[in-house]
Design a protein around this ligand. Structure first.
Ligand code: A3P
Length: 321
């Protein structure tokens, strides 16, 4: 379910009145709350999630900046955790008939989208897998304090930007026209993207992964593309369900990777023609699925400008792309 602008609670409407505002990419406006930018309905969901969610130790929370590979991470984690329940990836596997965003919902978009209606999540059998784009500062206290696991996936900002620009243009109201590339680029560099600034989002989780590596696992999309087998096994170890030697020799790791590959998922009927909401078609989550598409869109000047920002923000923290 997706919240409509008119459904905002009074508390959120009042709060929004007090917040700095800029023009949004898909939604008309973004509002700055605790250093991050949100569309109104997302802010309401983020606050409700923060206020009401009660984490339990077995929970798995997948976190990303938008367009960093969320769909892939959701598919991989779902298939990994449920590998004994659905041993045959060619038959009756939920990923063959449901989009990954349906199997692993977003907290602030799909579950806590109404102010005072708290979703009933206690009946879900553990481990529960959820996802969020929320920055670390806005995570619920119980999530930070429990022993639940957080898997954070980030992506080269240049590719994230390009992916976000394409996605936003597909979802913007037609009457607003295409968001010009240069305008979007300047906005990305200023940090005014949904859940942005991109760098502050990444750094929040990066720092936490260094301080509490048993709690927060930090992954890069590019590494997953380069060494998917290795990374999937690392995720399995981190989540406390490592692959046995027998599973490895029986090809379970490769089967999951195959099922969750861009080629496989994007060609399924459900992802070619299905919708996750009245506005969003599943195919919008599958564009190219490659590393380095920025080379086809960004000018040399843009790359230089973004590289400077990235070095300034990440350099001293030992992060590079
Ligand atoms: P591109 O637009 O560069 O192709 P998110 O899932 O966070 O919305 O990110 C979407 C990006 O991940 C898109 O990138 C999309 O094509 C890519 N993607 C989706 N499914 C993927 C998969 N199974 N493997 C690799 N990349 C995938």
């Amino acid at each position: 379910k997706y919240l409509k602008e008119d459904d905002l609670g009074q508390e959120c409407k009042d709060l929004i009145q007090t917040l700095p505002l800029v023009e949004g990419w898909i939604d008309p406006t973004f509002h700055e709350y605790q250093g991050f930018w949100f569309a109104p309905k997302i802010l309401q969901g983020a606050l409700s999630f923060q206020k009401h969610f009660q984490a339990i130790d077995t929970d798995i929370i997948l976190v990303t900046n938008p367009k960093s590979g969320t769909t892939w991470l959701k598919a991989l984690t779902f298939a990994l955790i449920n590998r004994n329940k659905y041993p045959n990836i060619h038959k009756n596997h939920p990923l063959l008939t449901s989009n990954p965003h349906v199997l692993v919902p977003f907290m602030e978009i799909n579950l806590y989208y109404e102010t005072d209606i708290v979703p009933e999540l206690n009946s879900l059998s553990p481990p529960r897998i959820f996802s969020t784009h929320n920055p670390y500062v806005l995570l619920p206290k119980s999530l930070k304090e429990s022993n639940c696991k957080v898997v954070y996936l980030c992506r080269d900002p240049k590719d994230t930007f390009v992916s976000l620009w394409h996605f936003s243009n597909k979802l913007r109201e037609q009457s607003r026209g295409t968001l010009p590339l240069e305008e979007a680029f300047e906005s990305f560099c200023r940090g005014t993207t949904s859940y942005g600034p991109f760098w502050d989002h990444v750094l929040g989780y990066w720092k936490e992964s260094l301080e509490r590596p048993e709690k927060v696992m930090f992954l890069k999309y590019e590494e997953m593309k380069m060494k998917p087998n290795f990374v999937l096994k690392e995720i399995a170890k981190f989540l406390g369900c490592p692959f046995s030697e027998e599973e490895e020799s029986n090809g379970v790791v490769d089967d999951i990777l195959h099922l969750c590959s861009f080629e496989k998922l994007s060609n399924l009927e459900i992802n070619k023609n299905g919708k996750i909401s009245s506005e969003i078609e599943n195919k919008n989550f599958f564009r190219l699925g490659k590393v380095g598409d920025w080379k086809n869109l960004l000018t040399t000047k843009m790359v230089e400008q973004l590289n400077i920002v990235v070095e300034e923000k990440f350099g001293k923290h030992g992060l590079s792309f």
